[in-house]
Design a binder for this molecule. Sequence first.
Ligand SMILES: Cc1cc2nc3c(=O)[nH]c(=O)nc-3n(C[C@H](O)[C@H](O)[C@H](O)COP(=O)(O)OP(=O)(O)OC[C@H]3O[C@@H](n4cnc5c(N)ncnc54)[C@H](O)[C@@H]3O)c2cc1C
Length: 390
Amino acid sequence: MEKTADAVIIGGGISGASVGHFLAKKRFGKVVLLEKKKLGAVGTGHSAANVRTYYSNPVTVKFAWRAVQMFENDREELGGDSCFRQIGFLLLLGEQTVRAGSQILAMEKSNGVEGVREVSPQEIKEVAPSLNLEGIEKAIFESRSGYADPTKTTRSLVEKAKNWGLIAYEGISAIGIQLKDRRVAAVDTEQGRIESPVVVNAAGPWGRQVGLWLGLNYSLRWSRESDLVMSLPADLGPLPVVSDAHLRFYFRPNADGELLAGLGFPKEIEPLDIDNYDEALDPKTRHRIEQPLFERVPALRSARFLHGWASLYDITDDWHPLVGPEPEIEGYYAFFGGSGHCFKLGPPLGEALADLISGDKPEIDIGQLRPSRFIHGQPLSSAWGGGNRA
Ligand SMILES: Cc1cc2nc3c(=O)[nH]c(=O)nc-3n(C[C@H](O)[C@H](O)[C@H](O)COP(=O)(O)OP(=O)(O)OC[C@H]3O[C@@H](n4cnc5c(N)ncnc54)[C@H](O)[C@@H]3O)c2cc1C
């Protein structure tokens, strides 16, 4: 175990892997990443990993667009193959959601997103002929979006960064952070102390717990979130990633011959014990996903259910992650609270945070995501209300 480092990252999900990757790429010095389980073992590895740009704040749109460009050039930008499938992304809008959708489209365009357009029901049929369009007035199509493999992406980021000196430990927990004169001095682990002037709290659902070590009382909620996988009939025709804002769920092709689906917000939060929860898909949730799925794609009624899982979201008060320093504690940076969309945002946010930590100006200003935004009365808002659409 290392005794000293220039930066220690707590957490090996996509957030920790990303900031570790970009710090190492910048030759920040000796960067140590600690993951108490396995890389990507929690929310990251169970993510639907959809990569899309429709968001209702310019800052999120800019980071999501940067994400698309990174996934398009994954070998260059993310250290290896992320299995990005650029099959497009279709956002279905009904009477209640058409207004929010139009605002989003304007927001995307004015922030430089390319390949995004409004599509009529007739055009939707060209993009996804198997859809029953009952209740749908129009849609937004993002031709550059798609989905990736979350575990592979996380591993590639870490493996590539090892060539630049990143040291990653799996199966080792951080258990405390030491301060000296309100500056970060060391991180305690199960296997000893690492002296370091910089620590990144990328502990995902445990971000609140890590914050409490320093007296930082973050407001974070946790919700059980599930996906299911079923067989995909071969004669269904083309299918992009589909987010159905009307029936509040999403689905997409998965690996060869499979389909993945999950519920979208607004829906109730399902609190859980983050240290002890059942990772199996429960029958009630399976039914709640299948119901809208069979309504929207009737041909799937005869598809074979394969498997499913339950994982979790770590949710902040405005459904946007907490990223940046804490003015009271020099050398400490928060990077958690993904709120259901930080698979795609992880790499570009990690890039920007690595710039900030190194004293460089990030290309996209990350300031709006600072944890202290709530104290300053500046939370982000969403055209959709609270939820992972953000
Ligand atoms: C079902 C589901 C579907 C999703 N779909 C999408 C999607 O389509 N698109 C999208 O962009 N996002 C999606 N998300 C959200 C996205 O996956 C998460 O926001 C993202 O993966 C969070 O990554 P993270 O690194 O911040 O946290 P995590 O993946 O939770 O990683 C945190 C890591 O920190 C480790 N850790 C915690 N405490 C310690 C400690 N003391 N010492 C060492 N290690 C520690 C944990 O073991 C964990 O591995 C989805 C999430 C779920 C659950």
